[in-house]
Design a protein around this ligand. Structure first.
Ligand code: EPU
Length: 418
């Protein structure tokens, strides 16, 4: 079990590069299934979730080549429609392969991804939409078998905004007969990136990035090459790292326009932020200010995935802040670990947290229990007095490419032990 060993107290300074977005590359790898052809994807993050998605593709019979950050998939050789259970259990978002398999082969066999660190994360919206498009869904214990001769386009009204359901419906609709309209869909930049890849492959999609997406089914897709957008959550995490250590950094390849709500909160903490094309400059204040209320919301609101990193920043501020989590019903596992480091955080209910800033956190041994929560512990360690050991690195490796190398290059005293 890998761990990070951090000696806190060093201000981060310098330039960091933002890697490609995890939450873009995963649905786009699934979309490559639809092409029955080659896809070439640039700027792919070298993280364990990417490698799990590639394992899934290989298990289905696809050929996969990797060349540093370039992924080449050939999905013409796919001859299976069942996802391996052990890979579904490793990565919840593997359910995103269901829409593509169902759309291209008329069958997708998946497994229930189970409960998760962030609370209950059902996939009812995905399956209800497939049903509405004419699929038959059979539950066999943990196994979910989705079958349809050819999916039929229809109108789908999502009761809540769901990133994964919006993506899965797009993927299912691309090769369906007729037009599918999705109302109340999620508007995340990663959905627009999926649409952009699919358009290059020959799909007909309108409205991605708005509340309503229309997909006109086509008979087949073809070769496409695409560059994955930068990861706004990784970028936000590095900005928090600079802020919490009193540093000054420049982020290159920064997804500036996707971070507006988050940057407003960093500014409220006293950080000075300048943007120039795809460069973002952050300079921290002498003392971080508290922020009266921060509420996570679907895009373009404050992203839930930046709640844990931002909580660490607030835990080091000079007053009391409230953070309200509205997307997941139990995104709390990092809180007890932060408390072990001296943070003063009260869980009012599973959604509302009161954070009383402390002048100094202290290093101790803590455990990463999920991806973003794990990142929040590294950030707290960077600011803490003494040594912090963050165990269970596998969660952090899922979504951050060699985070220790980037932080070290910015001046942090951090080591990774496998
Ligand atoms: N939901 C349902 N039923 C469904 C689907 C979702 O009730 O069928 C609920 C969820 O339980 C949650 C809410 O809807 O309460 C929103 O979930 P959503 O479907 O939008 O989340 P997701 O697609 O499973 C993606 C990201 C997450 C990110 C969320 C919200 C990927 C691979 N994952 O998850 O990223 O937190 O959107 O923005 O895109 C992360 O990167 O650390 C991460 C967890």
């Amino acid at each position: 079990m890998g761990k990070y060993i951090i000696k806190g107290g060093k201000a981060l300074n310098g330039t960091a590069y933002t890697n490609g977005a995890k939450n873009s590359v995963l649905p786009i790898l699934s979309a490559s299934v639809l092409t029955n052809d080659l896809s070439v994807l640039y700027n792919c993050p070298k993280i364990s979730d990417t490698y799990i998605a590639l394992e899934i593709l290989k298990s289905l019979g696809a050929c996969v080549n990797t060349e540093n950050k370039i992924l080449i998939t050939d999905t013409s050789s796919i001859n299976k429609t069942e996802l391996p259970n052990y890979l579904v259990k490793k990565m919840r978002s593997s359910v995103i392969f269901a829409g593509s398999l169902l759309s291209r082969f008329g069958e997708a066999i998946i497994y229930s991804p189970g409960g998760c660190e962030l609370g209950s994360r059902p996939i009812n919206l995905h399956l209800d939409a497939f049903k509405k498009m004419g699929a038959n869904i059979i539950y066999d214990n943990d196994k979910i078998i989705c079958k349809a001769k050819r999916l039929i386009g229809t109108e789908i009204n999502l009761p809540i905004k769901s990133v994964g359901a919006t993506q899965n419906i797009i993927l299912a609709a691309v090769l369906a007969e007729g037009t599918t309209t999705i109302n109340n869909c999620a508007k995340e930049p990663e959905i627009i990136d999926l649409k952009n890849y699919l358009l290059k492959a020959g799909a007909k999609i309108e409205g991605a990035g708005t509340d309503t997406i229309k997909i006109e089914g086509v008979k087949s897709l073809h070769y496409a090459s695409h560059t994955i957008i930068p990861d706004r959550i990784e970028a936000g995490t590095f900005l928090c790292a600079a802020a919490i250590t009193g540093g000054e950094i420049v982020l290159e390849n920064a997804p500036t326009c996707y971070l507006t709500a988050f940057l407003e909160k960093l500014k409220a903490c006293g950080c000075r932020i300048y943007t120039e094309k795809n460069k973002l400059f952050l300079s921290s204040p002498k003392a971080l200010l508290p922020v009266s209320i921060t509420k996570t919301e679907p895009y373009p609101g404050f992203p839930t995935d930046l709640h844990p990193p931002f909580m660490s920043v607030l835990a080091c501020s000079s007053g009391t802040s409230i953070l309200s989590e509205t997307i997941f019903n139990n995104r709390t596992k990092h809180i007890n670990e932060l408390i072990k480091m001296g943070a003063d955080i009260t869980i009012k209910d599973n959604h509302t947290f009161e954070i009383k800033g402390k002048p100094q956190l202290f290093g101790t041994e803590v455990s990463a229990e999920d991806l973003r929560g794990g990142a929040s512990l590294i950030l707290a360690g960077l600011a803490a007095d003494g040594i912090t050991v963050v165990k269970n690195s596998k969660h952090i490796e899922r979504g951050y490419e060699n985070i220790e190398k980037t932080l070290k290059a910015l001046g942090a005293d951090i080591e990774f032990e496998a």
